[in-house]
Design a protein around this ligand. Structure first.
Ligand SMILES: CC(C)(COP(=O)(O)OP(=O)(O)OC[C@H]1O[C@@H](n2cnc3c(N)ncnc32)[C@H](O)[C@@H]1OP(=O)(O)O)[C@@H](O)C(=O)NCCC(=O)NCCS
Length: 153
C-alpha cells in the first residue's frame, strides 16, 4: 500500500465499484444481490482501498456470536504484493476487536498459497480441514478447505 492510500469502510454507493473489482479479479465473484445484503447488514463491514479513485481491494467481515469471520478478501491483480491485503487485514482485526470478538475465523482453499502465507504471517493458526469442500477449478479436483483462526483476546 502506498503512503497516501487509506482503508475505508465501503457503503451501498460502492456497489458498482465492488462488482467491477470482483468481475476483474475474483475466481468466484459475488452477485450484486450478495453485495447489497452485506453492505446493508449492521453486523457486517466491507473495507476497501482505492488507488487513483479506483477500488483496488476489498475485505468482508461478519460479526458472529462470540467470534467474527473474514468472508472475503481480494486485491486487483496489478495491485498485489504491495501490502494492500496486509492493511485490510489490520482494519478487519481492529474492527473485530471493537466488537470484542474472541477469534477471527476464516476458510481458505488448501492450495491458495498466497492467502495461506498472508494469514500465517498475520498469526492465524490452522484448526481443521474440510475434505473436498470447494468445487474443482480449471478442470482439476475438488479442493480441501482449511479452517483458520486468530485469537483476539
Ligand atoms: C491473497 C491476496 C488477497 C493477497 O493480497 P496482496 O495485497 O497481494 O498481499 P500483500 O501484498 O498484503 O502480502 C502480504 C503477505 O502475504 C504473503 N503473500 C501475498 N501474496 C503472496 C504470494 N503470491 N506468494 C507468497 N506469499 C504471498 C506474503 O507473506 C506477503 O508479505 P511480503 O510481500 O512482505 O512477502 C491476493 O493474492 C488475492 O486477491 N488473491 C485472490 C483472492 C484470494 O485468494 N483471497 C483469499 C481467499 S481466502
Amino acid at each position: 500500500m502506498r503512503p497516501t492510500e487509506t482503508v475505508r469502510r465501503l457503503a451501498p454507493v460502492d456497489l458498482a465499484a465492488l462488482s467491477a473489482l470482483e468481475q476483474a479479479a475474483s475466481a468466484d465473484p459475488w452477485s450484486p444481490g450478495q453485495w447489497r445484503d452485506v453492505l446493508a447488514d449492521a453486523d457486517s463491514r466491507v473495507f476497501g482501498i482505492e488507488r487513483e479513485a479506483r477500488l483496488v481491494a476489498h475485505a468482508v467481515l461478519v460479526r458472529l456470536p462470540f467470534d467474527a469471520e473474514l468472508q472475503a478478501i481480494l486485491v486487483a491483480r496489478e495491485a498485489r504484493r504491495q501490502g494492500a491485503a496486509r492493511h485490510l487485514l489490520a482494519a478487519v482485526i481492529e474492527q473485530a476487536r471493537k466488537w470484542q470478538s474472541e477469534r477471527l475465523l476464516l476458510e481458505v482453499r488448501a492450495g491458495n498459497q498466497a492467502a495461506l502465507a498472508l494469514y500465517r504471517h498475520a498469526g492465524f493458526g490452522e484448526d481443521g480441514r474440510r475434505h473436498g469442500y470447494y468445487p474443482a477449478r480449471n478442470g482439476g479436483q475438488r479442493e480441501d478447505a482449511l479452517l483458520m483462526s486468530l485469537p483476539l483476546t
